[in-house]
Design a protein around this ligand. Structure first.
Ligand code: SF4
Length: 368
């Protein structure tokens, strides 16, 4: 018996080929695509504008959602939800949904999902629970897309997931942003990540605009340069965490292969080619990378670059010596950067009570 085809792994052209091979007219691919990504369907039985025979064949020969939720947690303030999913081969991944409600009349509430690109990660960042567990495998495009669809479905429909978490009652809730910043290094799984991003951007389906999509990398120069050539102009974030090689090598081991000068050269090429502002992520760790001297060194490194620094108080990992900076030290670090003309934001730490840092829930539940 042949294995069922995972529909979310297919591009629109591949879906059209599959259905053409079944003798279906061309417009059926658009209909199925709309059911998957517009209407967020998970069961062919509900695809009511398809002939019954096609629905039956889809049910028999394809699969849709590869994610089996095995754990979910909501933060005490209700604004952050984290899911642990099991994949068909038993690997587990985490996905986090964050609600940002802004009371300013001009501001829109944001619903941001942080998705994983790999099961585990080979980069070994010392402050990251995922990095400590190593890489299991790359996710498929469908497994990446499915995380976005799950969060969107959860926001739209008042369904209960297995732990009884129920979404707040708000029928107009929509997913507004996607960040590829969960488990894994997305540029180490380039093809599948980009296929997934093209799928969620596709106008005929999920239709999420490129400005609402961010890819965060530890800084793989070839991948950054390749991104510059993509027609899809999404946002690029680079996890820096230190302004010099000596310190960064201790925190982000891949720095020994790609030192800061190489990363910055690739970022420079990216900006020259795209004219897009790049975000640098900087996790503030007490006594490690949060001193005034390092703030000045960082300001010098980034001077004149079309960029922005996102300062993140670290999400502490149990048994790890790395702790978040005090709010006073974090504010002082930010003031130095701002004073030297580097735009910054201080990210609010999300879901500290629910293991929201990447890999932490999976590790606590012994799923690594
Ligand atoms: S911080 Fe990101 S790149 Fe580093 S080990 Fe964790 S998942 Fe991998």
């Amino acid at each position: 018996m042949t294995h069922p085809t995972p529909l979310l792994d297919l591009t629109h052209a591949e879906l059209a080929n599959l259905l053409a091979g079944w003798g279906q007219p061309r417009f059926r691919a658009d209909q199925v695509w709309d059911w998957l990504y517009g209407k967020l369907a998970t069961d062919p039985a509900g695809m009511t504008n398809l002939p019954a025979a096609l629905r039956d064949r889809l049910a028999a020969e394809t699969t849709i959602d590869p994610l089996a939720p095995i754990h979910a947690q909501r933060s005490a303030d209700g604004q952050t939800i984290k899911w642990l999913f099991r994949l068909p081969d038993g690997q587990t991944i985490e996905t986090v949904l964050m609600h940002y409600d802004d009371t300013r009349a001009s501001a829109r509430a944001r619903r941001t999902v942080c998705i994983s690109s790999q099961a585990g990660c080979a980069m070994g960042c010392v402050f990251c629970a995922t990095g400590q567990a190593g890489l299991a495998r790359n996710l498929t495009a469908g497994e990446i897309v499915a995380q976005v669809l799950y969060a969107a479905r959860w926001l739209r429909d008042p369904f209960q997931d297995l732990t009884g978490l129920q979404r707040p009652v708000r029928s107009d809730d929509r997913l507004t942003n996607v960040v590829v910043m969960g488990m894994g290094e997305p540029l180490a799984n380039y093809e599948r990540v980009w296929q997934a991003l093209r799928t969620i951007n596709n106008e005929a389906g999920f239709n999420l605009g490129t400005r609402h999509i961010t890819l965060s990398t530890v800084g793989l120069p070839q991948g950054i340069r390749r991104m510059a050539g993509e027609p899809l102009r999404i946002n690029l974030a680079v996890s820096l965490h230190a302004p010099n090689d000596a310190l960064r090598e201790k925190l982000v081991p891949v720095n020994s292969r790609y030192p800061i000068a190489e990363v910055m050269a690739a970022v420079g090429d990216y900006i020259a080619r795209t004219n897009r502002r790049v975000t640098f992520e900087y996790a503030l760790m007490a006594g490690i990378d949060d001193t005034p001297a390092l703030a000045h060194e960082l300001a010098a490194l980034l001077a004149g670059l079309l960029c922005h620094v996102n300062l993140i108080p670290l999400n502490p990992v149990a048994e790890s010596p790395y702790r978040p900076s005090t709010s006073e030290n974090a504010a002082a670090f930010q003031a130095i950067l701002e004073g030297r003309g580097i735009p910054t934001t201080m990210r609010t730490r999300r879901g500290i009570d629910i293991d929201a840092g990447c890999g932490q829930l999976r590790r606590r539940l012994g799923q690594t």
